[in-house]
Design a protein around this ligand. Structure first.
Ligand code: AMP
Length: 459
């Protein structure tokens, strides 16, 4: 997954983008980048592996400019290199072209081979570079038309922010897989993956970029185009479940309200009658656990403490690393748990590594009974549209029944929200969402090369 940010019309655009990226850091911690575009149209990239840091800020301070594009990235293991860090910058037709992408292009391999056949050479393994080449080939007169040309047979998920010359562009794929919001900061126009990044820079939310829309911002103002064929809406339900921050609004709805509704529905579908308290696996499950507590009448407790100085467990490429990281990341509060029958709410179980480690930790802290409740349906398939889920073989719910999972995790009971319950709980549900990783109902054929290590940016 990735976070993207763009600003045009602010004298300190690079700094604004950097600030915005602080609020999109949860969407990717593998690399970070800001490209500041100065008044001559020259693009100055600052990119670094890992998260935003002081050195990055100092480097960026050297580059003033009125327009900037930013990106936070995380991908599958293997493609974690500085060459794949974004935004991508290229020179084309005498000017600079900068692009930041969130999503996954499912026919990237096919498009790339076609370009290579015509002589293109690539500097990275990222699917986003395919878009840069397609942009460079367009002969259309305006930046927005060039972007429309570049996107015309692109399949899959993309929210994009692109700077060409003096124009800032924002686009969303016609199915609307990934979020993208637009806001105003005085005279400046700002785009961000989530509204929490508008809040941090002091911008006011104006609207979402619409599925299939290209918004173009230049000296003459803001223009909107809908050049791509309309498709059935498939917004990613996992953004509400796990990915986005609860202080954001995505797809026109509040993430906090969605998670609380998921927790309430979970409590109705899978009550835990013998339990004495409920707690979350912080932070992504906090709001769902609050919803569960509200609907069940159980007290909400802080039984697990998260160390905020380590990243998301998933990012560890090896199983051994992931196991150790559970302990590095969480610790149990014995005083809350000892002798109690507890409900532990998490937003998802993927491989089961985290949950298994946490259940052992909770039992070691003296819990009498552990009831696990999950505010998403069982994850049974990989995501081809930008969430980094492992292959089917590694997904615990793809290969085991619920009782088998409960035994593996070591819990007294296990309840997942139903697919129907999940879709009915999110704002403007149940239709218009992609739930392929839960239902197997994939809106596109699988990627032409599903090997994300070779081609996918996985962000
Ligand atoms: P697992 O140990 O593989 O079952 O991981 C489940 C934990 O990872 C849950 O606490 C989720 O909040 C979190 N999680 C779920 N999906 C992802 C993802 N795509 N990237 C990072 N973390 C995730």
């Amino acid at each position: 997954m990735c976070g993207i940010f763009g600003v045009r019309g602010h004298p300190d655009a690079g700094h604004i983008a950097q600030l915005g990226l602080y609020s999109l850091q949860h969407r990717g911690q593998e690399s970070v980048g800001v490209v500041a575009v100065d008044q001559h149209g020259t693009a100055h990239p600052v990119r670094s592996m890992g998260t935003l840091n002081d050195a990055f800020a100092q480097e960026l301070a050297r580059f003033p400019g009125g327009m900037a594009v930013g990106h936070t990235r995380y991908s599958t293991s293997g493609s974690s290199t500085i060459e794949n860090a974004q935004p991508v910058v290229a020179r084309s037709k005498g000017g600079f072209l900068t692009l930041a992408h969130n999503g996954n292009i499912v026919n990237a391999a096919e498009l790339r081979l076609a370009l290579e056949d015509q002589g293109s050479i690539f500097a990275s393994t990222s699917d986003s570079e395919v878009l840069v080449h397609r942009l460079a080939r367009s002969t259309s007169p305006t930046p927005a038309q060039r972007l429309a040309d570049a996107l015309c047979d692109v399949e899959g998920a993309y929210s994009l922010i692109v700077a060409i010359g003096d124009t800032l562009l924002a686009a969303r794929d016609p199915r609307g897989w990934r979020p993208l919001a637009m806001g105003r900061l005085g005279d400046a126009v700002v785009f961000a993956s989530e509204t929490c990044a508008l809040d941090i820079v002091g911008a006011t939310f104006e609207r979402d970029v619409e599925p299939g829309e290209i918004v173009s911002v230049d000296a003459s103002g803001i223009h909107s185009l809908h050049p791509l064929p309309a498709r059935e809406l498939h917004q990613c339900v996992f953004e509400f479940v796990y990915f986005a921050r609860p202080d954001s609004r995505v797809f026109g709805g509040s993430v906090d309200r969605a998670r609380r509704a998921l927790g309430r529905r979970l409590a109705q579908e899978h009550p835990a009658p013998t339990a004495e308290l409920v707690f979350s696996v912080p932070d992504s499950s906090n709001s769902a656990a609050l919803g569960f507590a509200e609907a069940s009448g159980l007290p909400y407790e802080l039984a697990l403490i998260r160390n905020h100085y380590v990243g998301r467990t998933f990012i560890q490429p090896t199983q051994a690393g992931r196991d150790a990281k559970v302990k590095v990341k969480y610790n149990a509060v014995r005083e809350v748990i000892e002798g109690k029958s507890v409900v532990m709410v998490d937003d998802s179980i993927v491989r089961g590594t985290t949950t298994r480690g946490l259940v052992a930790m909770i039992r070691n802290a003296g819990a009498r009974e552990v009831h696990m409740r999950v505010s998403s349906a069982p994850v049974t398939g990989p995501c081809y549209y930008g969430i980094d889920t492992p292959s089917r073989e590694e997904l615990i719910a793809a290969n085991n029944t619920i009782p088998e999972i409960a035994t593996h995790l070591g819990v007294d009971s296990l309840g997942y929200i139903s697919l129907e319950g999940m879709l009915e709980s999110v704002p403007s549900g149940p239709h218009g969402f992609c739930h392929a990783c839960f239902s197997g109902d994939y809106p596109t054929p699988p990627p032409t090369d599903p090997d994300k290590l070779r081609f996918g940016c996985g962000c």
